[in-house]
Design a protein around this ligand. Structure first.
Ligand code: ACO
Length: 311
């Protein structure tokens, strides 16, 4: 019987149809989706921290309102993604537990510190820019609930990217000192942004199967190249230098060449030893513990309602 289900699943994947929560799916497909969607959700939630650090220090009321909205969007993205993961039969509590115990991965990028206001702009421009590049193809992912969540997430990410670029344009039109802050932030965030796309295709254990299943539509290296190609011009308009002396247009390839990525740094951060890994997890654990009374109150309220309905 399973063979018939498998054949139907394969045919739907080959035809580019979406798989829905109630459809039969191979266990490995379900597991891969839970892994990727939950890591993605955790990234959104942890991703609130580096910029949240600057809400109380934004340089104007307007910038503060924009940043607040953006950080709230990220909380919302985490919630849509946890909900998408739940359609695959996992519980939100188990996913949260995996994050707080340090078992679950989340994006390497959020383990770098935000040292000055320009970092907030650069995160919008480069980090959210990289996130959009990676997430647009996920809107066509074969799993319907994930694909649909991504459509809305990408619209909001596009606002995040523009607000970052706009904040940087304002600083670049300011004093020499402000321009130096922007350049310093670009120097620190450029390489970690390229690492967001994950290991080279040849070193990516999950890519082959995820591409065959239509979960990933474009490979890690191809997305990274698209990001570099799109960003060079934006850096020129902004008036900053990307910190890579080997960055050069390659006429034959029709793409920019760029220097080798420091994969030791990448794996070091992924394995928990980046500058902020300990602080990020500690902040999430504290938020969870501080919120215990809200969860208890919600359960007490639900119990009371249920008892009242019975009576
Ligand atoms: N940070 C942390 N871990 C990473 C990163 C990264 N930048 N890139 C890859 N990894 C992990 C993978 O999760 C995988 O770990 P696992 O097998 O233990 O689960 C391992 O490194 C090997 O990588 P791949 O085989 O290439 O893994 P995968 O096929 O899942 O590709 C990718 C990684 C591209 C990140 C994919 O999972 C993806 O597109 N995820 C959705 C997007 C996302 O999570 N974005 C988060 C940042 S954007 C934001 O939050 C604003």
């Amino acid at each position: 019987e399973n063979a018939a289900y498998q054949a139907e699943f394969d045919a739907r994947i080959d035809a580019g149809a979406t798989i829905e929560a109630k459809d039969w799916m191979p266990e490995a497909y379900r597991k891969t989706l839970v892994r990727q969607i939950s890591q993605h959700a955790h990234s959104e939630i942890v991703g609130m921290l580096p910029e949240g650090n600057w809400i109380s220090r934004a340089p104007s009321l307007k910038r503060k309102a924009i940043l607040l909205a953006k950080v709230q969007d990220e909380g919302g993205h985490g919630l849509y993604l946890y909900a998408a993961a739940e359609t695959l039969g996992v519980s939100r509590d188990d996913l949260t537990e995996a994050l707080l115990s340090g078992k679950a991965k989340y994006s390497s990028i959020f383990n770098y510190p935000t040292l000055n206001w320009a970092d907030v702009g650069v995160i919008g421009w480069l980090v959210d820019g990289a996130a959009i590049m990676n997430q647009i193809p996920l809107c066509k992912c074969s799993y319907g609930p994930y694909a649909r969540a991504m459509v809305r997430v990408c619209k909001e990410e596009s606002f995040h990217q523009r607000q970052g670029y706009d904040a940087l344009l304002a600083m670049m039109g300011g004093t020499d000192e402000q321009r130096e802050l922007v350049q310093d932030a670009v120097n620190r965030w450029w390489w970690p942004s390229l690492m967001m796309f994950g290991p080279h295709d040849a070193d990516s254990p999950n890519s082959g199967q995820s591409m065959r299943w239509g979960i990933k539509r474009i490979s890690n290296d191809d997305l990274r190249q698209k990001f570099v190609d799109a960003t060079v011009k934006q850096a020129e308009v902004l008036g900053v230098t990307l910190p890579d002396p080997e960055l050069k247009w390659n006429e034959a390839r029709g793409h920019y060449d760029f220097a080798a990525i420091d994969w030791d740094e990448f794996w070091n951060v992924v394995n928990g030893h980046g500058q902020c890994n300990v602080d990020r997890l500690a902040a999430r654990v504290k938020a969870w513990e501080d919120g215990a009374w809200v969860r208890e109150a919600a359960v007490a309220h639900a119990d009371k309602q249920a008892a009242r309905e019975k009576a």
